[in-house]
Design a protein around this ligand. Structure first.
Ligand code: ASP
Length: 620
């Protein structure tokens, strides 16, 4: 088919093009009839430009009359080729980059009409997300989604350039593979040729990248698709993309350097700034200061530990029960003075109309108590610093000097409210406080204006094992891995493993930015004996070890170099750089939270014949 090919993208037109003849190819974006003068925009991925066609006299040439008649047929989303002279607009629109110009159209060809779309293709659409996902191709025409996917392209290109320059090879690993556990459920693919056998889709290329190190490739990366059959949340998809990295002969500092520089480069390539070097926090420090191993460091509100200042100082049974426990913690977060949960003033302490800081209301306190309970607190004790002194919900059991100590440790100001919780398990205690910290930050709008501020951190020294909820059949407690079972323990702790597995730290690390875990990694085990012992501790029988991991255990015996690496979520990187909190905004064809693709209708029923071929039967 021959039609006039574009000479320029619509969004590139500027005043400097005035007087030139241009051709645009694109979509009609709204048609306006202003007393016979027809205005419409032509949109392509670069933006849009206004076009104008004026009514013609009955004496006008056939060509002009045909042009006008064709133009009257135009509707939104028609695909067109238009040509004309760029001219200055009478009323320029400073809000759009092409706002100074319009094109006086002299040629118009409709390349394809469009049905009336089920929703208008515009930025501030209020069409619901399901409808937009069903007509994803229309939704993707919106400028913000076009910009997000352009940003994604840039980010991936920047990553590839970076690793190429540093001597890493990108090597593809299988999509149909043997299941390797990363802690999630596998997606399985039945084998036609091997009845009853299944491939798994990779949760990550973990074992393959380790094998590549054993095979001598030294430095590997891959933009890898990963699949995990988990319940979805706003920042998760069943299939997602990781930047997967592995190196031979590294230590933690080498990995930190490679990954930090990669992210700094990506941020700078898309016009953003990422502070570096990253802050480093041990798991214990992150938990005890921020109540989470993925802290948002863009604001303070740090947790204060009160365990020691309360020991032997109170008659309060709730606290004393916790103080008796070896791992019990009493801790606090300070809610700065505020008025009705409204944002704090720039001084951090909002004033009432008479200038005095406002106290937190009973109702606000009740909702914070409810939140603490949801996270597992028995209750919440408050201490208030007023101009008259300290007040507290546990005044009966906490003498004046103890209340004062609490206020001073917490650095409380008049009007502040100190929220105290206690729990016999330290991680739980801090998790509850962390949830309160996040809630307070929300209410105080501490993140307002910080959407493009980034606070990256390494979280290090994770525990190697985690106690499992249940116990084994023989009554002993069972352990599971915190990262994955191929992570090397810290050799200093490993030597003392007989004293208790809870003390063994892993050579594992995470990168966290603004409260998101961007990814994790570790220095790996490369020794068969150690790997087998870790499997033993995790409760795998020898037979299971051979059946599931025999190939890697064997590979360790043929000159496996020390190696380590990490993986980062590309989707999350793009989310951070584009400022969205919805992962579906950065993936072209995402699934819904019930794991469906509303556009193509997957997952879908398959034919009986296919089931037979795969030796499968469906239980109804
Ligand atoms: N395979 C790990 C993951 O997907 C990352 C790593 O340890 O390199 O989380």
């Amino acid at each position: 088919m021959s039609f006039q090919r574009r000479t320029i993208m619509a969004g590139e037109l500027r005043a400097e093009h005035i007087g030139q003849r241009v051709v645009l190819n694109g979509w009609v974006d709204g048609v306006r009839d202003m007393g016979g003068v027809l205005f419409f925009d032509v949109r392509d991925r670069s933006g849009k430009a206004q076009c104008v066609i004026r009514p013609v006299q009955s004496t006008a040439s056939t060509d002009s009359r045909t042009l006008y008649e064709t133009a009257r047929k135009l509707r939104s989303e028609f695909v067109v080729a238009v040509a004309g002279i760029v001219q200055r607009r009478e009323n320029s629109n400073p809000k759009i980059p092409t706002g100074e110009i319009e094109i006086e159209i002299s040629d118009l060809e409709i390349l394809n009409p469009s049905e009336v779309p089920p929703f208008e293709v515009k930025e501030d659409t209020n069409a619901n997300e399901d409808l937009r996902l069903k007509y994803r191709y229309l939704d993707l025409r919106r400028p913000s989604l076009q910009a997000n996917l352009a940003m994604r392209h840039k980010i991936v290109k920047s990553i590839r350039d970076y690793f190429d320059e540093r001597g890493f090879y990108e090597i593809e690993t299988p999509i149909m593979m043997k299941a390797t556990p990363e802690g999630a459920r596998d997606f399985l693919v039945p084998s036609r040729l091997h009845p009853g056998s299944f491939y798994a889709l990779p949760q990550s290329p973990q074992l393959y990248k380790q094998v590549l190190m054993i095979a001598g490739f030294d430095r590997y990366f891959q933009i890898a698709r990963c699949f995990r059959d988990e319940d979805l949340r706003a920042d998760r998809q069943p299939e997602f993309t990781q930047l997967d990295v592995e190196m031979s002969f590294p230590n933690e500092d080498i990995v930190y350097d490679v990954m930090e520089n990669c992210l700094a480069r990506v941020w700078s390539d898309v016009g953003l700034t990422l502070p570096s070097p990253f802050v480093q926090l041990s798991y214990h420090e992150a938990m005890s200061r921020f109540g989470t191993d993925k802290p948002d460091l863009r604001y303070g509100l740090e947790i204060q530990t009160l365990t020691e200042i309360l020991r032997g100082k109170t008659e309060f049974k709730v606290f004393n029960d916790v103080l008796e426990k070896r791992l019990g913690v009493i801790g606090a977060v300070v809610a700065p003075a505020t008025s009705n949960g409204a944002p704090a003033t720039s001084s951090g302490a909002p004033a009432t109309s008479n200038g005095a800081p406002a106290a937190w209301s009973r109702k606000q306190l009740d909702t914070l108590t409810d939140l603490a309970k949801v996270y597992g607190a028995g209750g919440l004790v408050w201490v208030k610093l007023t101009a008259e002194g300290c007040d507290s919900s546990a005044k009966k059991f906490l003498p004046e000097d103890v209340l004062k100590d609490i206020c001073s440790v917490c650095g409380a100001q008049v009007g502040d409210l100190i929220l105290i919780i206690s729990h016999p398990k330290w991680e739980r205690a801090y998790t509850i406080l962390g949830a309160l910290r996040i809630e307070l930050a929300k209410r105080l709008e501490l993140l307002k204006g910080k959407e493009h501020t980034f606070a990256p951190a390494w979280i290090t020294n994770f525990p190697m094992f985690e106690e499992d909820e249940g116990t084994r059949d023989d009554g002993s407690s069972s352990f599971t891995f915190k990262h994955h079972p191929f992570t090397s323990p810290d050799p200093r702790d490993w030597a003392r493993r007989s004293e208790g597995l809870e003390h063994v730290r892993a050579r594992a690390y995470d990168i966290v930015i603004n409260g998101y875990e961007l990814g994790s990694g570790s220095i790996r085990i490369h020794d068969r004996t150690m790997q087998e012992e870790v499997f033993d501790l995790l409760g795998h029988t020898k037979a299971q070890q051979i059946e599931k991991f025999g190939f890697i255990l064997e590979a360790f015996q043929y000159g496996a170099p020390p190696h380590g690496g990490m993986a980062l979520g590309i989707d999350r990187i793009v989310m951070l750089c584009t400022g969205t909190d919805n992962i579906r905004d950065v993936i072209a064809f995402p699934k819904t939270t019930s794991m469906q693709n509303l556009m193509d209708g997957s997952p879908s029923v398959i034919e009986e014949r296919q089931l037979k071929e795969l030796h499968l039967a469906i239980h109804k």
